[in-house]
Design a protein around this ligand. Structure first.
Ligand SMILES: [Zn+2]
Length: 344
């Protein structure tokens, strides 16, 4: 009898103990800090044309580094200024003894170098205009991009030659550091490494920069059309490079354009993406990365939204709602504003 009673008590104790452990585990899980971010991204400019103070430009940094790589530079100083005012550089204290303005310090000291995805004016205007007061640094890009910069801007005609080659005298402020596609290179002044892949952007060669910080990766795409519209395979090739990283959980995010809403006809896209075409391309990545669940939760940062001059038409809102409506892959779309800081 006694034995039976004890046996009856024990499961209840077990149950209570288990409940306590579960509760404790839940509390610990809630209290546990989120995994440390692998990249910091700051939006210096997010629009795809028209708005000359907010054109494609991004900063990326690995935590622990004191300097950024600038990825495109359509808008530079106004983007640094706005980002500073919004507190995006709160984690990068500006030395008290600098004689420079905050934006001046950020331009000259905190940007280690530039990556230019292609030489279209809305991706380089900020770099060109600020070149007179910038410090010496490298510009990374495909050879075709850097040849375009040297030929079309740094020629003593459109602008003085701040590059290290081309129309004499070459002032040598910017070292045009051409990189062959598919090969890792060190990004000077940072702990980052980079790898470029070509993209097709209407009739122009554009490019993607894959950043690596330790075992983590971030893919930044310059302007690009969908393969089906471009009649090419360059995005498919980019997805082939990224798919294994998705499978390993090593790809921390994608920064990519969505220039136009879905009602713009394919023959009026001029080498750009719409929400529908981006979703279709992300499906191509998912297919290579193990299926539709492979991209769930992956941050996809959207830039290069082309504003509309039609009264009452908000391209950004349209694009955002169309992206969400077609988001069966459940990626995490982010549409930052100028000056916003994102941890990935
Ligand atoms: Zn372009």
């Amino acid at each position: 009898m006694k034995h039976e009673a004890r046996a009856a008590v024990r499961p209840r104790r077990w149950f209570a103990g288990g409940l306590l452990a579960l509760l404790l585990a839940t509390c610990l899980a809630v209290a546990a800090p989120a995994p440390a971010p692998s990249f910091e991204l700051i939006a210096l400019g997010v629009q795809g044309g028209l708005q000359d103070g907010d054109l494609s430009a991004w900063l990326a940094r690995a935590p622990g580094d004191s300097r950024y790589i600038a990825m495109d530079a359509g808008t530079l100083l106004p983007g640094l200024q706005r980002s500073y005012e919004r507190g995006a550089f709160a984690h990068l204290p500006i030395p008290a003894d600098t004689t420079l303005t905050p934006a001046g310090y950020l331009l000259r000291e905190a940007i280690a170098g530039y990556f230019v995805s292609h030489p279209h004016l809305d991706h380089v205007a900020g770099l060109l205009i600020a070149a007179t007061d910038d410090s010496r640094k490298p510009i990374y890009g495909l050879a075709s991009t850097l040849d375009g910069l040297a030929r079309d801007y740094f020629n003593w005609n459109a602008w003085p030659n701040f590059a290290d080659r081309g129309a004499p005298p070459a002032l040598g402020q910017y070292r045009l550091a051409a990189q062959p596609p598919g090969q890792w290179f060190a990004i000077e002044g940072t702990s980052l490494r980079g790898l470029l892949l070509p993209l097709q952007h209407d009739r122009m060669e554009s490019s993607m920069l894959l950043l690596r910080a330790g075992d983590a990766y971030l893919a930044y795409f310059g302007d690009t059309g969908a393969d089906a519209v471009q009649h090419g395979t360059r995005l498919a090739e980019a997805w082939r490079t990224l798919a294994p990283l998705v499978r390993q959980g090593a790809l921390k995010g994608i920064v990519i354009e969505t220039s136009y809403p879905d009602d713009v006809a394919d023959d009026k896209l001029y080498g750009h993406l719409t929400p529908r075409w981006l979703a279709s391309e992300l499906h191509a990545l998912a297919a290579q990365a193990g299926g539709n669940a492979a991209l769930r939760g992956l941050p996809v940062v959207i830039g290069h939204i082309k504003p509309s001059l039609q009264a009452g038409r908000d391209a950004r809102r349209l694009i955002e709602s169309q992206l969400q409506a077609g988001n069966d892959l459940q990626v995490r779309y982010l549409l930052p504003r100028q000056g916003q800081r994102i941890e990935l």
